[in-house]
Design a protein around this ligand. Structure first.
Ligand code: PRP
Length: 632
């Protein structure tokens, strides 16, 4: 089996509803679509830096003219790479044929990528190969216009094997087991089916073959195709597709795990993985942008109609909270406030850890994502300080002088930028093998702002494997000689693997799991590991719906605090002098801060789809059997 491919990805779909001459007149260029695609993709580069791809379709072309273009790159800076190539191609054409310059019809006819429909994708290839074949969009070609299918997705299916077997049962011979291919072939199969049915219909109505073609395109029921294709999909997905003649769709999983936003007016329809991208690129307000309803698809017919159709029965809404904590850009109006709230809500625990001694404490953060929660933490600390000033003033009100008041008011919160990130990479999603070394060299430290009598409170958005802390942050912070280092995680302890698109596939990689194993050993409870293995093994061949997440029993004997303390101990190497404490967010606070994104399986083990329980079961067995394998 070829490696399943991970998809911590971003998508962008754009349909220009007017003729290209309209954009030339209004915005000065018929390349409007390409320019907007560049921005839509670049502003989602946080979602993928290993690969980028773009496909475009020209509507209503004559037979013999090319109408689908696709370009993909797995070079460093892949977004720049593909657009540099596109630009070069366009410029070559324009230089060789000056007559194209002011002629939109000729541009459309002769220059690739000048079309009305676009699909872009940015990709993280977090493990396995990062070959060009793994870069989206994927293409399924056919001589029949409406049988051409182009797909790109931000997704991960837990049951690729089963979906693959389904295809084989249908008589197909898929060329690989990668989930993108499987999903595309699934859609493709029902697309073919639908086309065949419609052709029969047209024939019965007396239409000639040639007359039938545009009729089929018009009547094609995309929702029906998606309903049939996605029936057995178990996973998190925002799946986008284009058909050769010009229909387009984006469908979202029934639990709303992966995000997808859209906007439309009379000039454009646009879909992206993140909302602020659309706001910025098209200068539209927050309120004008909608989320695709979980289990629905937004379908843009070739004639410009936009349909919102239900595809799957909705599941309880479990939008991924990790999008809010880490993955998405913090520029979204809601996400920004949520991250701040995460910082605020954890403050009482921080104050306790420093014995309310804000005077001898420096507050800081680990760049970049945690910067926003730092602002929230600082606001809460400021509130605490103000309360103290009020009490001081009231207590001294009989003897208050201007000087005394000045003394009280001059006390300030001490915030510093202590950690500096040298490389502009997201290390969390860097491939396992090269990560340790990278992390060790990614950060640097600011000297001269910490006194030996100080506590240093430093907030990070999440602690996953703990590499960032162990290999880099704690050691470097210790070089500043603080008395105590308090690491604050704006996310709760990550105890279970993810299987819906965030790369946390192995249990033994998670520091919370490792710490719990240590505790089990110390307390002579390690037999629980054997027991959980027996229970997991016994349900190995159960249908997904009957599998129980027994891994929860591993954590049950311990309080959160005990596990946190063990994590701190394990991440602190013997040469570190400061006392190190780690504080994690509670799951209850997470839900308070991010009320719309209640998906919390990596923290609680409560998976939103049945496949999740199978994955955690498999992940545990892999760990127990010493198999260095991914669980899906
Ligand atoms: O515990 P670990 O397994 O080391 O992973 C957690 C770290 O990874 C992320 O940083 P990243 O460099 O990806 O991104 P950022 O700059 O966007 O915060 C995250 O912000 C944590 O610092």
């Amino acid at each position: 089996m070829s490696d399943a491919i991970k998809h911590e990805c971003g998508i962008a779909l754009l349909r220009l509803k007017k003729p290209l001459s309209f954009y030339k007149e209004k915005y000065g260029s018929a390349f409007y679509g390409i320019q907007k695609m560049y921005l839509l993709m670049e502003k989602q580069h946080n979602r993928g830096q290993d690969g980028a791809g773009l496909a475009s379709i020209k509507l209503d072309v004559e037979p013999g003219e090319r109408y689908i273009s696709r370009i993909r790159s797995n070079q460093s800076q892949p977004i720049q790479d593909i657009f540099a190539q596109i630009n070069q191609r366009i410029n070559e054409e324009l230089t060789a044929h000056p007559e194209y310059n002011d002629n939109v019809d000729l541009q459309k006819q002769e220059i690739p990528y000048i079309g009305e429909l676009f699909l872009g994708h940015v990709r993280y290839g977090t493990f396995g190969k990062n070959s060009i074949e793994s870069v989206h969009p994927f293409l399924r070609q056919n001589n029949w216009m409406h049988r051409n299918l182009i797909v790109a997705g931000n997704f991960n299916m837990t049951n690729v094997k089963e979906l693959f077997d389904d295809l084989v049962r249908l008589g197909q011979h898929p060329k690989e087991m990668a989930d993108t291919v499987t999903v595309m072939e699934k859609i493709g199969h029902f697309l073919d089916d639908e086309v065949t049915d419609l052709y029969q219909q047209c024939k019965n109505e007396g239409l000639s073959k040639r007359e039938a073609s545009p009729e089929i395109a018009e009547r094609l029921d995309i929702a029906r195709i998606l309903r049939r294709a996605s029936k057995n999909w178990d996973g998190g997905y925002a799946m986008a597709g284009l058909l050769g003649h010009g229909d387009a769709f984006v469908t979202r999983d029934p639990a709303g795990i992966r995000p997808a936003f859209y906007y439309q007016d009379d000039e454009i329809v646009v879909v992206a993985s993140e909302r602020p991208v659309i706001q910025t690129v098209f200068n539209v307000p927050f309120e004008a942008i909608r989320e695709i309803t979980p289990g629905h698809a937004i379908i843009v017919k070739k004639d410009g109609r936009v349909l919102d159709e239900q595809i799957r029965e909705a599941l309880p809404l479990k939008a991924c909270s990790f999008e809010r904590i880490y993955f998405s850009r913090g520029s979204d109006a809601e996400i920004y406030q949520e991250r701040k709230e995460l910082g605020k809500l954890i403050m009482p625990a921080v104050l306790e850890a420093i014995g309310n001694d804000t005077d001898n404490t420096v507050f800081s953060y680990i760049p970049n994502t945690a910067e926003t929660s730092f602002y929230g933490m600082v606001e809460a600390a400021q509130d605490f300080l103000n309360q103290r000033k009020i009490s001081d003033i009231l207590a001294n009100k009989e003897v208050l002088t201007a000087e005394k008041l000045q003394d009280i008011l001059s006390v300030k919160l001490r915030t510093e930028k202590v950690a500096i990130k040298d490389a502009k990479l997201r290390t969390f999603i860097t491939e396992d093998s090269s990560r340790d070394d990278l992390v060790a060299h990614v950060y640097d430290v600011t000297y001269g702002v910490i006194k030996p009598s100080d506590n240093l409170v430093i907030i990070d958005d999440s602690i996953v494997r703990g590499t960032t802390l162990k290999k880099s942050i704690i050691k470097m912070m210790d070089r500043l000689h603080p008395k105590k280092i308090v690491i604050v995680s704006s996310a709760p302890q990550i105890r279970y693997p993810d299987c819906y698109g965030i790369d946390m596939a192995k249990l033994e990689g998670l520091i919370a799991f490792q710490a719990t194993l240590e505790l089990l050993k110390e307390r002579n409870l390690y037999h629980l590991v054997d027991e959980v293995y027996q229970k997991s093994k016994a349900q190995e061949n159960f249908p997904d719906s009957e599998v129980v997440n027994y891994v929860k029993e591993i954590y049950a004997p311990f309080t959160d605090q005990e596990i946190s303390d063990k994590i701190a101990e394990m991440l602190t190497s013997s040469d570190v002098n400061a006392e190190v404490k780690i504080i994690f967010q509670t799951v209850a606070n997470l839900h308070t801060a991010c009320p719309k994104n209640l998906g919390d399986w990596y923290f609680t083990g409560d998976y939103p789809t049945n496949g999740g329980n199978r994955v955690v079961n498999r992940a545990f067995m892999n760990f127990y059997e010493g198999k260095d394998a991914r669980a899906y």
